[in-house]
Design a protein around this ligand. Structure first.
Ligand code: HEM
Length: 145
């Protein structure tokens, strides 16, 4: 359940996120800080160093894809679980992604957003943003069995 103030905060943070910048930075950070996540991206080419990850265009493109997928949740806060039902099944059955990794990506996104927004991302805003991401993570994990 979302209060009016939470709804406003989530819409406001999302409105300020530049997907083309934050998406690539977030996925790159996941791959650098948690190198075991590289196993899912065998087709992405050279991920052998932080600079290789940051220069990798497939990483950048996929980072945008992942972040763009969040738009659906922002626009449908009351139906996030249903929104991600198919995406959850895809990550479980087809991609075989361990669902623990969703939280790692969410945490990296929060760090990248905090670094980018600075003081605008105050503790109250951060708490609401992380609540939003925790619902997204739960939804993406919901079709695992
Ligand atoms: C593909 C979203 C987290 C691994 C995708 C796609 C989307 C997406 C929209 C494209 C699906 C399609 O082609 O139909 C998300 C969201 C995430 C998330 C919203 C969390 C907020 C993760 C994590 C991993 C992962 C944490 C692994 C560590 C993959 C892989 C693909 C994929 C390997 C296929 C990439 C390719 O070969 O093109 N994801 N994802 N995802 N995702 Fe995720």
């Amino acid at each position: 359940e979302w209060s009016d103030s939470e709804r406003k905060t989530i819409a406001s943070v999302w409105g300020k996120i530049k997907v083309d910048k934050i998406g690539p930075q977030t996925l790159a950070r996941v791959l650098i800080v948690y190198p075991w996540t590289q196993r899912y991206f065998g087709s992405f080419g050279n991920l052998s160093s932080a600079s290789a990850v940051l220069a990798n265009l497939k990483v950048a493109n996929h980072g945008k894809t992942v972040l763009n997928a969040l738009d659906k949740a922002v626009k449908n806060l009351d139906g996030i679980k249903a929104t991600y039902s198919e995406l959850s099944q895809l990550h479980c059955n087809t991609l075989n992604v361990d669902p623990d990794n969703f939280r790692l990506l969410a945490d990296c996104l929060t760090i990248v957003v905090a670094t980018s927004f600075r003081s605008e991302f105050n503790p109250a805003v951060q708490a609401t943003w992380q609540k939003f991401l925790s619902v997204v993570v739960a939804a993406l994990s919901s079709r695992y069995h």
